[in-house]
Design a protein. Sequence first.
Length: 122
Amino acid sequence: MRIGEAATELGVETHVLRHWEQVGALTVPRDTQGHRTYDTTTLDQARTVAKLRRVGLSLPEVIAAMTPGKTAAQNVIRAKIEALEAEIHTRRQAITFLQHTVECRHRYLDECEECAGFVREE
C-alpha cells in the first residue's frame, strides 16, 4: 500500500508518516522506484507509534520504547508512568482545591484558613 492509503487507514496525515520515518520512529521499505510501501508489518509498526503517541510519549520516547533492548524500553515506559502518576496527583490536588473553593462559605479565598492552606502547598 502507498503512503496515502496507509495514512487513511491509520487516521493520520501523510506528512506525519514521513516525519516518523525521518526521525527514526518508523522504518518503511521502498519499492524499486523508491516509493514507500506499507505492508502489514509496517502498518503494525505505525499503529504502535500512533498508540504510544496517544498515551503521551514524545517521539524520542517512542523511538527509545521501540528499541530492541528490552531494558531500555522498559526504563522509558517506567519513567512515563511515573510522570503520568505525578500529573494525576497534581490534578487531583487541583480538583480538591477547586471543589473547596466552590463550596467555601467565605466570599474571598484569603479569608478562609483552609483555602490559605491549599495556597501554601506546592
